[in-house]
Design a binder for this molecule. Structure first.
Ligand SMILES: C[S@@+](CC[C@H](N)C(=O)[O-])C[C@H]1O[C@@H](n2cnc3c(N)ncnc32)[C@H](O)[C@@H]1O
Length: 274
């Protein structure tokens, strides 16, 4: 027997509580496909049976697994191109000028998914700013989903994944072919680390960042949860830091803690703490 409206409503509430992701009732069918591995893991016979287990035993790991299974992890190397051009031409040179005494940069790919955003930053820096070689540079990727964090740490990508956005020169310089897969080189890997973190929870275990990339995640959140995330991000940012948002993060309605520093008509937005 399939799920009732009440079952789907329970699942939507669970996901909202765990990860702040809003799932529209018109997308209920997604639960049936995405939760198949969780059904198997739990030893349940169907999604309906899983809901019964979740309601009665409240096992924390299964609640978490449901939320993780419902995340949208779409990403690619050098996604959207334009922000990376702005980073190369304007933001990184400014940051390097501002930080030239400390020679230390901390960059955060918040909601890093399978790691392409963090690794793209590392490749951009290595290829265009060789003077950073003797700086202390760390790019930290975080995501709520343990699966994608493990994937990012592994640093191995299929041909399809590297064909999406990674220029051929970068591929040959910064990745090593291993059979059908491409592996992130030791030089790039050394600049990046990945951790599990929920953006809606306090994030004080993270360092203070000079540059934060927060892209393609808050569009799934309510305005209230977006405001919470902006508060957490603000707390983790250097006063002179930069925040790069995606096209749909809706900062204007959700925070007054950041001011637009730089925007283009293609809507790549850089903010600074206000
Ligand atoms: C669409 S991907 C964006 C990846 C990358 N930033 C980009 O723009 O290509 C969104 C990621 O946000 C993560 N995510 C969703 N809710 C989250 C939360 N509450 N805390 C941390 N990460 C979350 C998902 O697991 C997913 O990997």
């Amino acid at each position: 027997m399939g799920c009732s409206d009440a079952d789907y409503s329970y699942l939507r509430d669970l996901v909202l509580q765990q990860s702040a992701n809003l799932i529209d009732p018109s997308r209920n069918a997604l639960f049936d496909t995405r939760l198949t591995p969780v059904v198997q893991m739990a030893g349940a016979s169907s999604v309906k049976d899983l809901v019964k287990m979740l309601r009665t035993n409240r096992p924390a790991h299964l609640h978490r697994a449901v939320a993780e299974a419902m995340t949208i992890n779409e990403t690619s190397f050098f996604r959207d191109v334009k922000p990376y051009e702005l980073l190369r031409r304007t933001i990184l040179p400014r940051l390097m000028e501002e930080k030239k005494k400390e020679r230390r940069l901390r960059i955060w790919s918040a909601a890093s998914s399978t790691g392409q955003e963090a690794y793209s930053m590392a490749m951009l820096m290595l290829s265009h700013f060789p003077e950073l070689a003797d700086w202390d540079v760390k790019i930290v990727g975080t995501d709520i989903s343990r699966r994608v964090v493990e994937y990012a740490k592994r640093g191995r990508y299929s041909r399809l994944e590297v064909n999406r956005g990674l220029p051929a020169g970068m591929l040959l310089r910064y990745m090593v072919r291993d059979g059908e897969e491409w592996e992130i080189s030791a030089q790039v890997r050394a600049m990046c680390e990945f951790h599990c973190a929920n953006l809606c929870m306090p994030l004080s275990f993270l360092p203070v960042f000079d540059l934060v990339l927060l892209r393609n995640v808050l569009l799934y959140f309510s305005q209230q949860d977006r405001s919470t995330v902006f508060r957490h991000v603000h707390r983790q940012m250097a006063r002179e830091g930069y925040l790069l948002l995606g096209n749909a993060e809706q900062a204007d309605e959700s925070t007054d803690q950041f001011a637009v520093e730089f925007s283009t008509n293609e809507s790549s937005y850089f903010y600074r703490p206000a």
